[in-house]
Design a protein around this ligand. Structure first.
Ligand code: ANZ
Ligand code: ZN
Length: 868
């Protein structure tokens, strides 16, 4: 028979789907809606294998749900603003717009070659004027709703290039282009008040039961709620006019173990005393040079400066504590000041060892001997009871926290209670200002008379000017005369336009909503957003598990508050897929070689590798595909060689989708062979189905056995697709193909009406199983069997329980002779299995109430009687 040729078939079916608008979704379609979305790509220039895996997973879901009778929304767009376009402009003198849209065109045709069931009529790029116009409308609505604010905040400043740098442009503390030491500068910037929703963003995580646990944990940690206490410490002498310093602690139970107080280098008290203490001023300047971001501080060595100040210990009469300025205390968390308890906090311990401060254990671990317990190199942060702590002694940590809080709350210092309970969040407001060109302009105008004026709706969008140059570093908008200088829309006097653009995370925080009405004049049509949202299944890389998801959850709430939709959670189901990996190769000189430069073979019973010229090659570890290690497979090459279906089948087949999948030559060859085998199976079946039935009865059970296998496979594959266990669905399909293959010779030999009908049903089901995964091959096979409509429009086959029944039996379960339920078991299951299943029934467990049964009697395949 003819071989299957994907090079002809794939473009053919892609054209049929496009001409028929097969995957265009109508909002008024009466079928139940189902929204599946993969994280949209950044148009870097080429699709990589990770994209192929991501979009194939989504496509299987989309095609399967479509077969299940859903009105499926499966859109695609481009996360198209951002720095790489400006970098390309600087390097190659090409306009960011040109670069971006060229890349989009190239990647769009690559995506089309994969045969994804996407609704291309809804496509947009976030750099489309139409999209950023609606984003500016949203910004202004959020401003009016009080969700936008301006604050002074630090930026990385490159003193040579005279420009603000993004974090990723700072390499080892230096500007990536100039190599100059980066400074921290204070700029007034725009923020979204995500902290307004901190509590709701946290508690609502409990309802996200279709999200991976690890992602929910990451979200919780990022929000970082903690319950603590603010405590006032009195200065021993207030010569600087300073009476108290307020600290924040989550472990007030350890107060008796305090041995110092530390202030952030940015703390106002530190600044005040630095005015008359040059050494402190120098220390603070040094801290600023190192950077004061949480990440830097986490890794930097703990350093402190001992001031002349001391404070009174709040609960130990007569004791005092020294006051340090320390580099590990952040100004924007708590109060910017802490008390240190070295015995029970690792940072405090490192600090105390360095500066020779007392280490006083005050929490005794369970079963530890109070005489013998001591703290060495590691602080003890586990559970225990308070000791060395006066009136707290003997209390567990929570009780001690409460007792000390009550004690301090009741004491007054200068008219205020000495302590106040406080809930704190690690979450910070979201700084969205970027001093860059290629982003969504922030739609406000600064007027000397009127202050900050939002651009009125009829003057939107604020367009990015085309005529910009990138010869000089910095933000081209800031030196663009007609963009920057404008008139105030309120009073008409000369005014300055905001030249900051928005963080590109803003663009990707609401695109899922825009897809529901992508051409609307308003950001959404609320009824359409409500119809489709939340997204039923969202799929993407775990690298976006924190910020992107959190920002999207914030935007859903903000859009809810500003009347753009009713839903508040954007993604009902979330799935994070694993990476695609590949072996690495090195030549004799230790240079990385690409897979295409290596010939694999076997030598002395082991895998071996050489260059095409016969030079030895070392096979290295399996790593995530990366340009630096050169272990990258270009999906375009693979599609050109094997066709998209083979590539799709391979990325689905080898591992569970949440795990990494290793790309191997053998694996892709195996997928290719299955494509051919599947096609041959269907063509052979077609030939048999053309035979006339003979009257003599062949093997009477052959047809019914095949139907049993077909219905069983239908049930299992459906369960695997619903559960996103695609590799298991693949395994079922292999098994079912074997069953058909084995049955065919006997059917061909003595075709009966029954066995031919069974064969047709089995083969049709087989094609439908394959269809979500290898859609082109499935269409070709479907047409081979004489169908005139498309298999992608065919409803998913039903399961007839009659075909499953014989493999399993239903046993009644009685307790003390009274019927309490039933269990379904494999026919002739072993007695102990049946017994275990019966005992685990809720109704039975409730009666037994934790006690073992007196006796269990099993009548095979019929009844279980439990004697309680
Ligand atoms: C005393 C203490 C004793 C602390 C102990 C911890 C353990 P979480 O739980 O993450 O909220 N802290 C407070 N403000 C800080 C700041 N601005 N910069 C750096 N550290 C700060 O962390 C709260 C704990 O981190 C607080 O509780 C405080 O140290 C420190 F055995 O107070 B603790
Ligand atoms: Zn004005």
């Amino acid at each position: 028979p003819e071989r299957y040729n994907p090079r002809e078939q794939e473009p053919f079916w892609q054209k049929v789907w496009a001409d028929n608008k097969t995957f265009e979704t109508r909002n008024d379609d009466p079928r139940p809606p189902y929204y599946v979305l993969e994280m949209f790509p950044y148009p870097s220039g080429r699709i990589h294998v990770g994209h192929v895996r991501n979009y194939t997973l989504g496509d299987v879901i989309a095609r399967f749900q479509r077969a299940k009778g859903k009105n499926v929304l499966h859109p695609m767009g481009w996360d198209a603003f951002g720095m790489p376009a400006e970098n390309a402009a600087m390097a190659n003198k090409v306009h960011p717009r040109q670069w971006t849209y060229d890349n989009i065109a190239a990647m769009r045709s690559q995506l089309k070659a994969i045969g994804l069931s996407l609704d291309w009529s809804r496509e947009f790029a976030t750099c489309d004027e139409d999209y950023y116009h609606r984003q500016q409308m949203l910004f202004i609505d959020m401003m009016e709703a009080g969700l936008v604010t301006r604050k002074v905040s630090k930026v990385n400043w490159d003193p040579v290039d005279q420009t603000v740098l993004a974090n990723e442009q700072v390499i080892d503390g230096r500007g990536w282009r100039s190599g100059a030491l980066v400074e921290q500068r204070e700029l007034t910037q725009w923020f979204f008040k995500i902290t307004d929703f901190a509590e709701d963003l946290l508690t609502a995580i409990d309802g996200l039961d279709e999200w991976p646990d690890k992602v929910r944990i990451m979200q919780r940690n990022w929000i970082g709620r903690s319950e603590g206490l603010r405590v006032l410490f009195e200065m021993t002498d207030n010569d600087a006019g300073l009476e108290t310093v307020e600290i924040f602690t989550t472990r007030p139970d350890t107060l008796f173990g305090a041995s110092f107080v530390a202030l952030s280098p940015d703390h106002p008290i530190a600044a005040a005393i630095a005015r008359s203490d040059a050494a402190l001023a120098e220390f603070i300047a040094e801290c600023h040079r190192m950077g004061t971001s949480a990440e830097t501080i986490e890794t930097a060595e703990k350093q402190g400066y001992r001031t002349a100040l001391t404070v009174k210990h709040p609960v130990i009469e007569g004791a005092t504590l020294p006051v340090y300025v320390a580099n590990f205390v952040l100004m924007d968390y708590g109060t910017g000041a802490i008390f240190g308890c070295p015995a029970h906090d690792q940072r405090d311990l490192d600090f105390a060892r360095k500066y020779d401060l007392p280490v006083i254990p005050v929490v005794l671990p369970p079963d530890a001997d109070p005489e013998a317990f001591s703290v060495g190199a590691e602080a003890y942060s586990g559970p225990g009871v308070a000791y060395n702590s006066d009136f707290l002694d003997g209390l567990d940590i929570d009780a001690a926290k409460n007792a000390i809080a009550r004690h301090l709350e009741a004491r007054m210092i200068g008219g205020t209670p000495q302590a106040t309970r406080q809930v704190n969040y690690r979450l910070r407001d979201w700084g969205i200002s970027r001093q860059r060109y290629w982003g969504c302009p922030i739609p406000v105008i600064h007027c000397d008379t009127c202050g900050i004026v939002p651009v009125p709706a009829d003057l939107l969008p604020v367009r990015l000017p085309e005529d910009v140059e990138f010869d000089t570093p910095g933000n081209p908008l800031d030196r663009h005369p007609s963009f920057k200088h404008t008139t105030c829309p309120t009073c008409g006097s000369p005014a300055r336009r905001e030249t900051d653009t928005m963080d590109t995370f803003v663009d990707s925080s609401w695109y899922f909503a825009r897809f529901t009405a992508p051409r609307a004049e308003t950001p959404t049509i609320p009824a359409m957003a409500d119809k489709w949202l939340p997204v039923d299944q969202y799929i993407g890389g775990v690298e976006h598990a924190i910020l992107h998801l959190l920002y999207s959850r914030f935007f859903a709430r903000a859009m809810h508050r500003t009347g753009h939709m009713h839903v508040t959670e954007p993604f009902k189901g979330m799935f994070t897929q694993g990476m695609v990996t590949h072996e690495t190769y090195k030549d004799r000189e230790g240079r990385w070689l690409a897979p295409s430069e290596v010939v694999l073979g076997f030598a002395e019973g082991q895998r071996s590798a050489t260059t095409p010229g016969g030079e030895p090659v070392a096979i290295g570890s399996v790593e995530k595909m990366s340009k630096s290690k050169r272990n990258v497979i270009d999906p375009d090459d693979m599609i050109a060689t094997y066709g998209a279906d083979t590539v799709r089948w391979f990325v689905l087949s080898d591992s569970p989708p949440e795990r990494d999948v290793q790309w191997t030559e053998a694996g892709i060859e195996g997928a290719w062979r299955f494509v051919q085998r599947a096609h041959k199976l269907v063509s052979d079946a077609r030939d048999i189905l053309a035979l006339d039935p003979v009257t003599i009865a062949g093997n009477p059970t052959i047809g019914s056995d095949l139907l049993k296998a077909a219905h069983k496979a239908t049930r299992q594959i459906e369960a695997d697709l619903v559960g996103l266990r695609f590799n298991r669905a693949v395994a079922q399909i292999y098994e079912f193909a074997n069953a058909i293959h084995k049955a065919m010779p006997a059917i061909a030999e003595a075709p009966s009406l029954d066995s031919l009908a069974a064969l047709r049903e089995a083969v049709e089901r087989f094609i439908q199983f394959v269809a979500p995964m290898m859609p082109h091959l499935a269409e070709t096979c479907w047409a081979l069997l004489g169908h005139e409509h498309l298999v992608c429009n065919a409803p998913w086959p039903e399961v007839d329980p009659a075909y499953l029944a014989e493999d399993s039996v239903v046993l009644a379960v009685q307790v003390n002779g009274k019927r309490r339920g039933e269990i379904e078991m494999p026919k002739d299951a072993a007695n102990d299995q049946v017994e275990a299943a019966a005992l685990s029934l809720d109704a039975v467990a409730r009666i037994l109430d934790g006690n073992p049964p007196r006796k269990v009697i099993v009548v095979p395949n019929r009844i279980v009687n439990v004697v309680a």
